[in-house]
Design a protein around this ligand. Structure first.
Ligand code: PLP
Length: 404
């Protein structure tokens, strides 16, 4: 891994367009010409630096974005993909063969959960889902054929915090790869600095920040990224989840303001979490002292970016959650929508949306209740005003009385 550079140093990168444009030119080609057939062959084999062959393999625009993300995560390099799932699935398939085993946090994004629970068993890859905050349980689940320890730094949707240093020590002890999805905490947490081997993001969320595209990235060593891109057996190469160059270029431009946006998301979420908790609402936010992993998060975080933009409240029932979310949308406090990292606040009930792949019994076991509302707090300039209107909504639907 290269020497770590703080994430907001993205402005240290210099890319120019071929006519001196301050933004790199967008590669508007799916295929590339060669002056000699020999160079074409070498490029196909990955032996001709600076040459491009075909845009599913890679393109200048995708490389620029990948390098910016590698700078952010402190890894040697990165590979951008067509979606977050398009980053997660090839990593898991690259690191496991038939007969291998994964130890995964049980509170992860529903799509990742479904892939490990329902899809990879078809390839004879089994997963043990564990409470990632219980290191003894994690260790006890490791078997001879375990290859991966998988978690999210801050989990979707329960906002459990993974002890990345301790998990990295376990991974090292048993010769596993620690793969961390850092989608919920870009900039705030830098998993590789804490010992993770591979870091994944859904770029769809905070990093792009404008809810206009899906995208993903795998950040890791040059060797691992080369393996993923290998034309003969690389999972990114062969599964074909490639990002379009036009999108890569627009995500790169949005990413330049990520450090400013994350500070504002964190500031607003901290304000609301404190108020909600003081009002008697069951509130979960890593920045609250009441969060079981508050101190752990503090010990891992890059302080200036705060505790992130995600919080949850539990309003007791799905009906109440739906009533409240519809009212908040009517009052223009945000959108009743899945996803996260937008300038507007987004809210949804994960039990019936983004985590619906997880069975009801399992949801109950992990504490994912029907009345849980997940908020991705927006960039509101006047968060005090937002809070006042939210409070009125909560009073109108009887949520505050219900829980206090
Ligand atoms: N990881 C996390 C934590 C997510 O929340 C999501 C999507 O919600 C994904 C991965 C998947 O990303 P994408 O929708 O870009 O495939």
């Amino acid at each position: 891994m290269k020497k770590f550079k703080p994430a907001n140093k993205i402005q240290d990168l210099q890319y120019f367009g071929e006519f001196g444009g301050v933004n790199p030119s967008i590669s508007d080609s799916s295929t590339y010409t060669f002056l000699s057939a020999k160079t074409m062959f070498d490029t196909f084999e990955g032996n001709a630096d600076g040459c491009y062959l075909y845009s599913r393999h890679t393109s200048p625009s995708n490389l620029y974005l990948g390098e910016a993300l590698a700078e952010m995560e402190g890894t040697e390099t990165a590979n951008v993909t067509g979606s977050g799932m398009g980053a997660i699935t090839p990593v898991l398939l690259q690191l496991c063969n038939s007969g291998d085993h994964v130890v995964s946090s049980r509170t992860i994004y529903g799509g990742t959960y479904a892939f490990l629970k329902n899809f990879t068993p078809k390839l004879n890859i089994e997963t043990s889902f564990v409470d990632i905050t219980k290191l003894d349980v994690v260790e006890a689940s490791i078997k001879k054929n375990t290859k991966i320890l998988y978690c999210e730094s801050v989990s979707n949707p329960l906002l459990e915090v993974a002890d990345i240093k301790a998990l990295a020590a376990l991974a090292k002890k048993y010769n596993l790869k620690l793969v961390v999805d850092n989608t919920f905490s870009p900039l705030s947490i830098t998993p590789v600095q804490l010992g993770a081997d591979v870091v994944i993001h859904s770029l769809t969320k905070f990093i792009n920040g404008s809810s206009d595209t899906v995208g993903g990235v795998v950040c890791g060593t040059q060797q691992f990224i080369d393996d993923l891109r290998n034309v003969n057996d690389g999972a990114c190469m062969l599964l074909g989840s490639t990002m379009d160059s036009l999108r890569a270029s627009s995500i790169l431009k949005n990413m330049r303001t990520l450090h400013i946006r994350m500070k504002q998301h964190s500031k607003n979420a901290t304000f609301l979490a404190n108020r909600f908790e003081a009002d008697g609402l069951k509130t979960v936010y890593p920045g609250l002292k009441s969060h079981p992993s508050h101190e752990l998060f503090k010990s891992m975080m890059n302080e200036e970016y705060g505790f992130g933009g995600m919080l949850t409240i539990d309003v007791g029932s799905l009906d109440k959650a739906n009533e409240l979310m519809e009212l908040m949308q009517n009052k223009n406090l945000g959108y009743l929508a899945v996803s996260l990292g937008f300038y507007k606040t987004l809210f949804s009930a994960p039990g019936t949306s983004t985590s619906s792949e997880i069975s009801e019994e399992e949801q109950e076991e992990m504490g994912l209740t029907d009345g849980l509302i997940r908020f991705s707090i927006g960039l509101d300039n006047d968060i005090e005003r937002t809070y006042q209107i939210m409070k009125e909504c909560m009073q109108e639907v009887g949520v505050l009385e219900l829980v206090s």
